[in-house]
Ligand binder design. Structure first.
Ligand code: BDR
Ligand code: CA
Length: 311
């Protein structure tokens, strides 16, 4: 199985991504979960990651808390999307499993140094603060990363927190800039992909029908999460962003995209956090990311449902 670290700010869709990994032990060896401030503050994301582990009987998974704020800006959160706790929807017990004492950034550094070079994949589902801080603190680790698969950005689709920017990049554009300049092989799942992955009622019903506690909680989370998106986008169901990252590891053939240059806007107040994707290859700037554009959305939901049933 492929060794991964999930860096996350749960978030209902982050929870779906973590569960997709839990349901896929043959393909995925989860070395640890690092949490970051994003959708809700750090104390909440660290709490929520442990709630998901306990809900899925995976209390042996190590959960670390990382950065509590972006590198150079005040934290912007998204309770308007995810609710006050970040996992609004189901009634969930407070976690009892312990948070690891080590800082999430140090866990990332230590793991990349300890494992064979080119074997660890970083899966980022929130602002890129933890990875950027690790890269700043440990200059030797970038070449050791096998791949970084992120949910973040948008190009033809525009932004979701401002007209120009997607939330994860907007919250910490300086961090994103560090990551895109790092030389790490990046796979980017932008809004162009995730806005095609809609939690239609029939899809959520299939998840609920699995009948297990994690599946029912997931269905309730998705029902909460989509309320906001139905109002915002006028679609039948909301976009399920973060699990596309894990789905890519399991079934890359569900996605199509191309190698591009991506640069991050860090200055303009109007477009801060914009991912400037050279899709048409008009600049000659060096490719630094595989940018996905299309997804087989039904194939994705079949995979998610099948794997949730295995938890
Ligand atoms: C991203 O922002 C968060 O609200 C979601 O969890 C996802 O990672 C979508 O823009
Ligand atoms: Ca997220």
């Amino acid at each position: 199985p492929r060794k991964i670290i999930i860096d996350t700010d749960p978030g209902q869709d982050d929870a779906a991504a973590i569960m997709l990994a839990f349901g896929s032990p043959e393909e995925i060896d989860l070395l640890g979960i690092t949490t970051v401030a994003g959708n809700v503050p750090l104390a909440m994301t660290a709490r929520n990651a442990r709630i998901i582990c306990e809900l899925c009987n995976r209390t042996e998974v190590k959960v670390f808390s990382g950065a509590d704020r972006p590198i150079a800006r005040p934290l912007v959160t998204a309770e308007h999307v995810h609710g006050k706790t970040g996992l609004d929807g189901p009634t969930l017990d407070e976690p009892t499993m312990a948070l690891e004492a080590q800082h999430g950034v140090d866990f990332i550094i230590e793991t990349l140094r300890a494992e064979a070079p080119g074997t660890v994949t970083l899966c980022t589902l929130g602002p890129l603060t933890n990875v950027a801080l690790a890269l700043q603190k440990a200059h030797d680790i970038a070449p050791k990363v096998r791949e970084l698969v992120m949910m973040g950005g948008g190009f033809f689709e525009g932004g979701n927190i401002t007209p120009a920017a997607e939330f994860n990049i907007y919250v910490d554009p300086e961090a994103a800039d560090i990551v895109f300049r790092s030389g790490i092989p990046i796979v980017m799942m932008p809004l162009d992909v995730t806005h095609r992955v809609l939690t239609h009622k029939a899809r959520v019903a299939k998840i609920r029908e699995i009948g297990s506690a994690p599946a029912i909680a997931m269905a309730e989370m998705l029902e909460f999460f989509e309320r906001f998106d139905i109002e915002k986008y006028g679609t039948d169901g909301g976009p399920l962003h973060d699990p596309t990252v894990i789905a890519y590891l399991l079934r890359p053939e569900l996605f199509t995209g191309r190698d591009c240059n991506v640069e991050i806007e860090v200055q303009s107040p109007l477009t801060t956090g914009m991912t400037v994707v050279d899709w048409w290859q008009v600049t000659g700037r060096k490719h630094n990311a595989k940018v996905m554009r299309h997804i087989d959305d039904q194939g994705f939901f079949d995979l998610l449902t099948e794997r949730l049933a295995r938890i």
